[in-house]
Design a protein around this ligand. Structure first.
Ligand code: ATP
Ligand code: MG
Length: 250
């Protein structure tokens, strides 16, 4: 469903994503983790056709991003890191706009919008987007993606800004979608989410993939068996001595 082959992105001399290979199967929830600046958002942008790779290939739904970009974009959904959406539109105008673009103006989608609004407590579709809080905008973007039930969904830190109830509903909903065969690719800094939700996890640091596997496989990489994901993540991306000495010096 999602395949990256030797994917590389350079900004000038700086390599943000370095020879990355990924392979995500249908119905999988795939967690993509890494410290700030590791290259997660840059990778998602390349996987979703927003940013052109410097080298390497992207295949989504078995289609080549270079030649089938529009078809891929019709069939995927993307929730970006920042909900940057047209501030001069009202909530319902934005949803209508997305429905029109994807030519999906039918009763099925209207029913789904209604259900999703109820689920996420969205009762503010008549407000201008400019007057919405970060979390309110985030929920609107989520609804605009989930209402389409795309075959592959990319989410870049989707729970940031969401209240506890909305975050829980989103997590349960994504699990339900995955059971129905929808493929989910998500980044998160909340390691508990990755540990509980993701069948497979990849960890990236300074543009390079440094670990990949199921939680069980990753645990075998750690120093001791009962390591949780946070301990393993820190072991792979920063040493304990480092953190101690940093805090001592502050
Ligand atoms: N347009 C750009 N021009 C130059 N450098 C960029 C650009 N976009 C990203 N970078 C750099 O690429 C690196 C990876 O950034 P990216 O946004 O992919 O990180 P991230 O893993 O998503 O981090 P975070 O967890 O903070 O969201 C960073 O060093 C960043 O400064
Ligand atoms: Mg990011």
């Amino acid at each position: 469903m999602i395949k990256a082959v030797n994917l590389t992105k350079k900004f000038g001399d700086f390599t943000a994503v370095d020879n990355l290979n990924l392979d995500v199967s249908p119905g999988q929830i795939f967690g993509f983790l890494g410290p700030n600046g590791a290259g997660k958002t840059t990778t998602i942008k390349m996987l979703t056709g927003v940013l052109k790779p410097t080298s390497g290939k992207v295949y989504i739904l078995d289609l080549d991003m270079e030649s089938k970009e529009i078809e891929i974009k019709k069939r995927i959904g993307v929730v970006n890191e920042e909900p940057k959406i047209y501030s001069h539109l009202k909530g319902y105008e934005y949803l209508k706009f997305i429905m029109d673009i994807f030519q999906m103006n039918n009763s099925e989608i209207k029913r789904r919008i209604h259900e999703l609004c109820e689920a996420f407590g969205v009762d503010y579709l008549d407000k201008f987007i400019s007057d919405m809080s970060h979390g309110m905008k985030q929920k609107l973007v989520l609804i605009s993606v989930l209402m389409r039930k795309p075959e592959v969904i990319f989410l870049d830190e989707p729970t940031v800004g969401l209240d506890a109830k909305s975050a829980k509903i989103l997590k349960e909903l994504l699990k339900k979608y995955a059971e129905q065969g929808i493929t989910i690719f998500l980044t998160t800094h909340i390691l508990e989410i990755a540990e509980k939700m993701c069948e497979k996890i990849a960890i990236i640091n300074k543009g390079k993939k440094i670990a990949e596997g199921t939680m069980g496989e990753l645990k075998k990489m750690g120093k001791y068996e009962n390591m949780n994901l946070e301990e393993l993540f820190l072991e792979l991306t920063a040493s304990e001595e480092d953190i101690k000495s940093i805090v001592e010096q502050l």
